[in-house]
Write a protein that binds this ligand. Structure first.
Ligand SMILES: [Zn+2]
Length: 313
């Protein structure tokens, strides 16, 4: 604490990003009010770094009289207490449930920490299966590389309460959550809709401010279909997987329209046997997506992977 107050003075006139304000060494997550009893921890949109300890994604905090529900667990053992402190700012209840809506490392490697604190982890069966498939890769990948000693003590933990099928409804303390699989960024990804507060946590289905990434295991066709289901819900508040709390207009502009572009321009060209290099060159500069952070490093790769996926269909 002494270090923190000393750092606060040092930082007063510095140029650190707001997300790091207060401590140059360690990102301190905060629970931002979304609506009613629903809060979001909005992580920085840059890469996994030692300073942000892998919390470069968004998480949900739902305060009920019977305990707090976390949407996604964070990246590991180190981030656990930081999340708990953010929760303590908005509720005096313990974290009772952790609902996993994602398969990417920083969404679920914190499960084990919260299980040790007594929380129940809940996820779709498909989410758990996919987490198990990716566990070795996550435990040896970018996250431990970036976190170094801050990765110590992190180990995979899996939901004990497993939900079958591709939709489910769960309720704690009078707060209902409607879950559905999206299977877009990772197989087994899901979104969480809170009807009373009119909030959707989209997980990695929606990115705003930064360009969504298509990995070899991502499926933009599923993304397009899941986005249509999100539009049918038409929530007032959208908490994306990455980027600020938004409305549907911004979600469409930054992600929905991009799925549409990938599937109906790039994918369509692949199905029509056009040459991949011609398609990528012709779509190198798409003005309406250029405001998105990481455009230069991701856009061509995203088109490339989409093309390959649709070539085989
Ligand atoms: Zn993500």
């Amino acid at each position: 604490m002494l270090l923190r107050s000393a750092m606060t003075g040092l930082l007063a006139a510095s140029l650190f990003q707001p997300v790091l304000a207060g401590n140059a060494e360690t990102y301190e997550p905060e629970a931002e009010h979304v609506n009613d009893n629903v809060y979001a921890i909005i992580g920085p949109t840059d890469a996994r770094t030692y300073e942000n300890h892998g919390m470069n994604a968004n998480y949900g905090v739902i305060a009920t009289d019977e305990g707090v529900i976390l949407i996604d667990a964070g990246p590991g053992a180190f981030s656990g207490p930081y999340i708990e402190r953010a929760v303590a700012e908005v509720s005096d209840q313990p974290v009772r449930w952790v609902v996993n809506i994602g398969v990417q490392d920083h969404r679920w490697l914190g499960n084990d920490y919260f299980q040790q604190q007594g929380a129940e982890v809940i996820a779709f069966e498909k989410t758990v299966e996919s987490q198990k498939e990716f566990a070795d890769q996550h435990m040896e990948g970018r996250l431990p590389d970036a976190l170094e000693d801050r990765f110590e003590g992190t180990q995979p933990g899996y939901a004990k309460r497993v939900l079958e099928g591709d939709t489910a409804s769960i309720t704690l303390g009078g707060t209902e959550i409607e879950l559905s699989l999206t299977d877009a960024h990772f197989p087994g990804d899901a979104m969480a809709y809170l009807p009373a507060a009119d909030v959707v946590f989209t997980g990695d289905l929606v990115y705003v401010d930064r360009m969504l990434g298509i990995h070899p295991w991502s499926n933009p066709q599923n993304g397009l279909e899941a986005f249509a289901r999100l539009e049918a819900i038409d929530p007032a508040h959208v908490v994306p997987g990455h980027g600020r709390v938004s409305d549907m207009e911004r979600a469409r502009r930054d992600s929905g329209d991009y799925y549409d572009f990938l599937v109906n321009t790039v994918g369509e060209a692949a199905r029509n046997f056009e040459a991949m290099s011609d398609v990528l060159d012709a779509n190198e500069d798409v003005e309406r997506f250029k405001h998105l952070e990481h455009y230069d490093s991701w856009h061509r790769t995203n088109m490339n992977r989409t093309f390959i996926l649709f070539e085989g269909m």
